[in-house]
Write a protein that binds this ligand. Structure first.
Ligand code: GAR
Length: 197
């Protein structure tokens, strides 16, 4: 069984897609051992609780400085003894110590076709605002390994999604989630859990 810890910051629709895929058997040989949020009251934590997964909050505002926050984050991950860490809408720059310790064992979902619309400042709705402002006709989502940079790690999988006439950032975000993110992320976890990657 692959032990998976999922890190979240918000609504947790990607977390839900993972939970559903584990329950339906689309993700095989996987146990979701802990959900870690950096926001108190994130809806993702409710999703975890409903699925019987332990939820833990490590919020920066509860710590005196960045160093102690990062230490607590690393401890929350270590305690879960994960084989894989999934960043599913986790809007925190990971401490270098964590990245080094779990190199090759951390994956992230990003809502664009990397290398477009990624890097510092590109997260959530901002990504889709930028894609529409540039006038691209195709966007999508990327799952990649996490390295020391922001969205710079090796790409594992990508899925394209067409932009449609009249799209707002919210409408485009939803389509990218439905057609790409909620499909790709469970697929990649299943591949990792079953030695296909
Ligand atoms: C998702 O669209 C995810 O790709 C994005 O945040 C959203 C979280 O939604 N992540 C990033 O932008 C990372 N740079 P969710 O909480 O409903 O899964």
């Amino acid at each position: 069984m692959l032990r998976v810890a999922v890190c979240v910051s918000g609504g947790g629709t990607n977390l839900q897609a993972i939970i559903d895929a584990v329950e339906s058997g689309k993700i095989r040989n996987t146990q979701l051992v802990r959900v870690i949020s950096n926001k108190h009251g994130a809806y993702a934590l409710e999703r975890a609780a409903k699925a019987g997964i332990e939820g833990v909050t490590v919020a920066k505002k509860d710590f005196a400085d960045t160093e102690s926050f990062q230490k607590a984050l690393l401890a929350a991950i270590d305690e879960a003894k994960p084989d894989l860490i999934v960043l599913a809408g986790f809007l925190v720059v990971l401490p270098q110590e964590l990245v080094a310790k779990y190199k090759g064992k951390i994956i992230n979902i990003h809502p664009s076709l990397i290398p477009s619309f990624c890097g510092d400042g590109f997260y959530g709705l901002k990504v889709h605002e930028a894609a529409l402002a540039r006038g691209v006709k195709v966007t999508g989502a990327t799952v990649h390994f996490v390295d020391e940079g922001t969205d710079t790690g090796p790409i594992i999988a990508q899925k394209a999604v067409y932009v449609q006439e009249g799209d707002t950032p919210e409408v485009l975000q939803r389509r990218v989630m439905e057609e790409a993110e909620w499909v790709l992320l469970p697929q990649v976890i299943d591949q990792i859990a079953n030695g296909q990657l």
